[in-house]
Ligand binder design. Structure first.
Ligand code: PNS
Length: 167
């Protein structure tokens, strides 16, 4: 039986840490769906379309990786595509409490779908989407923290945000 993993996230923006998890998970699963969560309540830097495009551009070199988006419950989406497992990355212990809670809730809703965690690689342990956004919005060098194809999308989004604020 082929094994299907779903790697969900906001990916606002996708970072080198995300890409590292995708590349490692793609070796373990027959097929991996990177699922961009669309949450209207959050105020992202990148629009849903930009986030989907950013992830697509980052994973182009991986033949068993697909990109999708989902609204609503992750567990329902994972079940609807027939996933065996939900994939998440773990960095410092600060991630643990939230990830533990999410894994418990998702298992309560879909007992047959496991959550599996990939420990960050040392060099990406400090990288987060929030850090990338902060550095980018303050016009710092964020390029070395994201896949090369993602950088122009962030630059464009920062410019658009500046224009809207009249900066
Ligand atoms: O990259 P993020 O922001 O940590 O990803 C969070 C995400 C999108 C995976 C999470 O917010 C999510 O699963 N949202 C869908 C709503 C849901 O299923 N909630 C119940 C589990 S806590």
């Amino acid at each position: 039986m082929p094994h299907l993993g779903v790697y969900p996230g906001s990916f606002d923006p996708p970072t080198l840490g995300h890409l590292d998890v995708v590349e490692r998970a793609a070796k373990l699963f027959d097929k991996l769906i990177v699922a961009v969560g669309i949450n209207r309540a959050k105020k992202p830097l990148l629009s849903p379309e930009q986030r989907i495009l950013a992830v697509q551009r980052s994973v182009e070199h991986l033949s068993n990786v697909e990109v999708a988006s989902f609204h609503g419950l992750l567990s329902s989406f994972a079940a609807s595509v027939g996933a065996d497992a939900i994939v998440r990355g773990l960095r410092a212990t600060a991630d643990f409490e939230y990830e533990f809670q999410m894994a418990m809730v998702n298992r309560k809703m879909q007992p047959n779908i496991e959550t599996v965690f990939f420990m960050t690689n040392w060099e990406h342990s400090y990288v987060s989407s929030s850090i990338v956004k902060e550095v980018a919005l303050l016009h710092g060098d964020f390029q070395s923290l994201v896949p090369p194809a993602v950088a122009p999308l962030i630059e464009q989004a920062v410019l658009e945000k500046g224009h809207r604020r009249g900066e």
